[in-house]
Design a protein around this ligand. Structure first.
Ligand code: CUA
Length: 348
């Protein structure tokens, strides 16, 4: 589903921001240098086999060996090492000023995405989708919940490992709006190949609007919006009402179909692993579904998100992505699956 690595030009050579631009420049330079070395070697080979005797003698001389075999590789490899280290350092610079912070955690086999406020507290959680403003550097804090994964959006930056017990940093930035595919770039088990995500870059105003809209919904549900803190500081929020208040979206959901979808979701065990802000579903093991209806993909980038794929994923996720932690809910009948899917579609 996500075209992170294919297409023409290849995303690695089609930078959509300054950080990936640096990687692209390095990639082209390596390619150019490699091509030059290949030509020189082929020429030397021709001289050694069929070249004039005078040239052959020079090729075997001490000077040619010192220059071509020691000095040239020594200088070039040292220069590349310095270049590579400097580039890596610029991609992993910590926060300087008002950069946006997002924590991304690799889990087998999906990405947990948490938007952080300047103090580092979680403001909003999502999965397999990262929204950023155009023209502003974003510092990602990369972590892993289980094994080593690697975070890579070739259009926006280099790649960086997500290591258990460690926090690594990666800067990304987009200089044009768009949707850019990303993947896990380190083998992490059976479904490594199906661990993808989308990075969505918005114009500044659009981004503000998107962010405000999401926050508004969380705030209007009377919720604190952090995971760790029970009540948000200052204004007395209804922390204790949290489990009884069931406000979702526009408040026009008295329809019985929606109610049964919601009830089925709670009663079938979904709520044990998934969180939906504003409801009693507060599971933390799986992806947060508060905004699942607005996601572009399902199953970590492997399917487009629509009612049909939602039904398919809930009912038979083990066929779509064998070995993933979500069991197939094949005990539910078609109507029940559809009711849950309809309710989830409304969670935007
Ligand atoms: Cu996660 Cu490969």
């Amino acid at each position: 589903m996500i075209d992170a690595l294919w297409g023409w030009p290849p995303p690695v050579l089609d930078p959509a921001g300054p950080y990936s631009g640096k990687v692209t420049t390095l990639a082209w330079s390596l390619f150019g240098l490699g091509a030059f070395v290949t030509l020189v070697v082929v020429f030397a080979l021709w001289v050694a086999i069929k070249g004039p005797d005078k040239w052959k003698a020079k090729l075997g001389g001490e000077r040619a060996i010192l220059l071509g075999g020691v000095a040239f590789p020594g200088v070039v490899l040292t220069a590349l090492l310095v270049w590579g280290l400097t580039l890596t350092a610029s991609l992993t610079e910590p926060i300087h000023g008002d950069e946006m912070r997002i924590r991304v955690t690799g889990e087998m086999w999906w990405f947990r995405v948490q938007y952080l406020d300047p103090s580092g507290a979680v403001v909003m959680e999502d999965a397999n989708e990262i929204h950023i403003p155009v023209g502003r550097p974003v510092v990602l804090e990369l972590e892993s919940a289980d094994v080593i994964h690697s975070f890579w959006v070739p259009h926006l930056s280099g790649k960086k490992d997500m290591i258990p017990g460690r926090r690594t940093l990666l800067r990304i930035e987009a200089d044009r709006p768009g949707e850019f595919g990303g993947v896990c770039a380190e083998y992490c088990g059976r479904q490594h190949a199906l661990m993808g995500f989308v990075a969505v870059a918005h114009e500044d105003d659009d981004f503000r609007e998107w962010y405000a809209e999401r926050n508004e919904r969380l705030v209007s549900a009377g919720l604190d919006i952090t995971r760790q803190v029970e009540s948000s500081s200052g204004s007395g929020t209804q922390g204790s009402e949290r489990s009884t208040v069931t406000r979702t979206g526009a408040g026009a959901n008295t329809n019985s179909g929606q109610q049964s979808g919601r009830t089925l979701f709670m009663q079938s065990g979904c709520a044990a692993c998934h969180r939906v802000a504003g409801t009693e579903a507060n599971g933390l093991a799986g992806p947060d579904l508060t905004h699942v209806g607005s996601r572009r993909t399902l199953g970590a980038g492997i399917l487009p998100n629509n009612r049909g794929t939602l039904i398919g994923w809930i009912g038979d996720s083990q066929s779509l992505k064998p070995g993933n932690r979500m069991p197939s809910y094949d005990m539910l009948n078609a109507d029940e699956l559809e009711a849950i899917a309809i309710w989830l579609e409304q969670q935007k």
